[in-house]
Design a protein around this ligand. Structure first.
Ligand code: ADP
Ligand code: MG
Length: 682
């Protein structure tokens, strides 16, 4: 019998109703219970009062010197107190609402008190007390604190886990390969489990935690890596047949030379596309690093191989922009580009759907509408998603369920620190665009207070006189779309008054798709010199002639959002500027402005962002794909995560990974995690 096959009912003291309640905590088997780790510890070690600091929670032992006095006041409330001699001091111990203790507090009796120490009054507000003559259980020890509820109390949980360890502790088996236990000098699993529940001495507790954190991160990484090696071996994808020569001559038609970074990344992608496994690659590159053209080359390769391609983007504005730039890029090569968005008329939609089904459309650009019900492809070979973090994580499995198994390229402009990338995307291969196209000047960033608005307007005038254009971004206020729009509308009026001779565009979420298109088009064509906008322009918008980005109330934006906004300028050869208007009251707000003025490197920005926010917050919520770990803490266990990833990669790359008997327990674990059921990680 293995511990995960033995019901918790087998533990002495677990009744049927208690078993039911444990289910609510995800605890079914003995193994589950032993893996139910405390989330913190209470220190009940007895200390001398000399060590105790004012306001601190401490445990002390002494002798009761006087009978207890009880005061009652209103609604069953009470205050019980007595004098206790501790280390030659006479301490007043006070209990609130525990009148029932009065009889036990007999003068002359030894007592152990835990509670908040008030130095000045020599008084303790007692939270827990025990008597050594009745066998003090807690005192002198560090006790685990579990997440409990219902009729399951802390004491019951402690007792039951203690009992489980007595009955089944010896049956706990090692699951990590011994070579890894040796390599990292890890505590054996049996000892670590025992220890995490009874951390007698802190060094041992640390070692136990280190071992279990490693195990957790290693198993997580192993799952991702094993999944990756399985998909690599599955060979049920499309092997795109495309010769280097046709790619080369297509690249020659582009108006610029590819950067070395772009060439390298294109090669990585083409190698994947030629294989019959499914490409699952993340392309990360700072804003303006030229990801779109990389996508275009990959789409061209799919087309040359006789398949269709799709480019998914988060907004209709972007869909429209990409559609137009792809049409331009593909003009001479006879490749048909279609557009599919939610706001299209039913008739046009029907035409596009028919075109896709019959293969008349080679590349479809659109929002998530592309992968909805009723959209059928003749042969979908490649899906590119742009600005991935705006998409849900399970898009890929939607495609799989349609019986499509295209190569997938995910592009993101939010450079992710390596450690977080391997946490969230450990199942992906990562390509990185490190350099920006030549001749780009660093964007100069300034932080000014609101009272400088006049001078900022002067700045707009100067750039427009030079033939350039400016964005003026207004923030989202408390997610209220109404206020948000109002803000932009007010600013629009103000700017039109300031610049009566210029055309000032206005872009916000309330406009219809057609209106948005028209506003963007007139800005792209330099009919409008200034564009007032909400954050709809945040991702992807590309107007190379715009050189000035002004962000109002910049403290309301997060760092990566500010960096994205700034990335809307500096996209041509002209010197560009970003002006952040903010009077931040908070430390974090000021720190953000500082980061923005100090660097325009997206990797550095996200590193500083991570420092400021902490990794828990970094990705936002579920979308990120960063799981909730039981023990591991992403802010302090980075190094372990990297080790775990390397170890897992090393193991899964071995020829005999799936057949090696020494790894049988890992195989079991992967199977019970349903690694083989298909879309687990999508
Ligand atoms: P992003 O990575 O932010 O999506 P884009 O793909 O929109 O960046 O490219 C930014 C701008 O740089 C575009 O105007 C594009 O035409 C241009 N560009 C891309 N690659 C190069 C290159 N190798 N040399 C010069 N300009 C380039
Ligand atoms: Mg882009």
């Amino acid at each position: 019998m293995k511990l995960d096959e033995i019901s918790v009912r087998q533990i002495k003291g677990v009744s049927a109703p208690k078993e039911q309640e444990l289910h609510a905590f995800g605890v079914h088997s003995v193994a589950d219970l032993l893996d139910y780790f405390p989330f913190r510890y209470e220190d009940y070690r007895i200390r001398g009062l000399a060590e105790a600091k004012d306001g601190e929670k401490v445990t002390i032992q002494g002798k009761i010197m006087s009978a207890a006095t009880l005061q009652r006041y209103g609604k069953g409330k009470s205050r019980l107190s007595c004098k206790v001699a501790v280390d030659n001091l006479l301490v007043t111990a006070v209990w609130f609402n525990r009148h029932y203790l009065q009889e036990q507090l007999a003068a002359g009796r030894e007592i152990v008190l835990t509670g908040k120490w008030e130095q000045r009054r020599l008084q303790m507000t007692v939270s827990e007390s025990e008597f050594p003559d009745r066998g003090a259980v807690r005192s002198g020890s560090v006790q685990p604190v579990y997440s409990v509820g219902g009729s399951i109390t802390q004491t019951w949980m402690r007792k039951t886990i203690h009992q489980a360890l007595l009955q089944y502790g010896p049956m706990i088996e090692e699951i990590l390969p011994l070579e890894l236990v040796d390599k990292h000098l890890l505590m054996p699993r049996r000892d670590a489990i025992r220890c995490i529940h009874n951390p007698g001495d802190t060094d041992e507790g640390q070692a136990a935690r280190r071992r279990l954190v490693y195990e957790e991160l290693f198993l997580f990484q192993l799952k991702l890596q094993a999944y990756r090696s399985l998909t690599r071996n599955r060979m049920d994808g499309i092997a795109h047949v495309v010769d280097a020569e046709s790619i080369r001559s297509f690249v020659k038609t582009l108006p610029f030379e590819l950067t070395d970074s772009q060439k390298k990344v294109v090669n990585e992608i083409l190698i994947d596309m030629r294989q019959s496994y499914c490409m699952n690659r993340l392309l990360q590159g700072d804003v303006g690093s030229g990801k779109t053209v990389v996508a275009a080359i990959a789409l061209f390769a799919a087309y040359k191989a006789g398949h269709q391609g799709a480019l998914m983007v988060p907004t209709e504005i972007l869909a429209d922009q990409h559609m137009r730039s792809l049409q331009k890029v593909f003009e001479g090569v006879g490749l048909e580009v279609g557009l599919l968005t939610g706001s299209m008329t039913e008739r046009r939609r029907r035409d596009v759907l028919a075109g896709l089904q019959m293969g008349l459309i080679d590349v479809i650009v659109g929002t998530h509408a592309i992968i909805q019900e009723g959209v059928n492809f003749r042969s979908l070979g490649l899906v590119v998603t742009d600005e991935q973090h705006r998409f849900g994580v399970n898009q890929r499995s939607v495609l799989r369920r349609k019986g499509l198994n295209p190569d997938v390229l995910t592009m993101t402009a939010t450079p992710i620190p390596r450690t977080l990338a391997i946490t969230a995307f450990g199942d992906m291969d990562v390509s990185t665009l490190r350099e920006r196209p030549q001749g780009r000047k660093a964007i100069q960033t300034y932080w000014v207070k609101h009272n400088m608005l006049e001078r900022v307007l002067g700045f707009i005038r100067r750039e427009v006189d030079l033939g350039r254009q400016a964005y003026f971004i207004c923030p989202l206020i408390e997610e209220s779309e109404k206020l948000d729009v109002q803000n932009a509308i007010d600013m629009h009026v103000q700017l039109m008054q300031a610049f009566p001779d210029l055309k000032v565009g206005l872009l916000h979420g309330r406009l219809s798709a057609a209106e948005k298109d028209e506003v963007m088009r007139s800005f792209a064509d330099n009919e409008a010199q200034v564009l007032v906008a909400t954050t709809v322009v945040e991702v992807g918008v590309d107007v190379p002639n715009a050189t000035l980005m002004i962000v109002m109330d910049a403290e309301r934006f997060g760092l990566s959002q500010l960096h994205q906004l700034r990335g809307r300028v500096g996209r041509g050869g002209h010197q560009s500027y970003c002006v952040l208007i903010a009077d931040p009251k908070s430390e974090v707000g000021r720190e953000r402005m500082k980061v923005m003025t100090e660097t325009d490197d997206g990797f550095e920005v996200s590193r500083r962002d991570l420092e400021l926010r902490g990794p828990g917050d970094f990705f936002g919520t579920k979308q990120s794909g960063v799981p909730d770990f039981k023990l591991a803490d992403m802010s302090s266990d980075f190094a372990v995560l990297e080790e775990a990833r390397d170890d897992a990669a090393d193991l899964t790359h071995r020829e005999n990974f799936w057949t090696e008997p020494a790894l049988a327990r890992l195989h079991d674990r992967l199977k019970s995690d349903q690694l083989f059921s298909g879309d687990l990680l999508d």
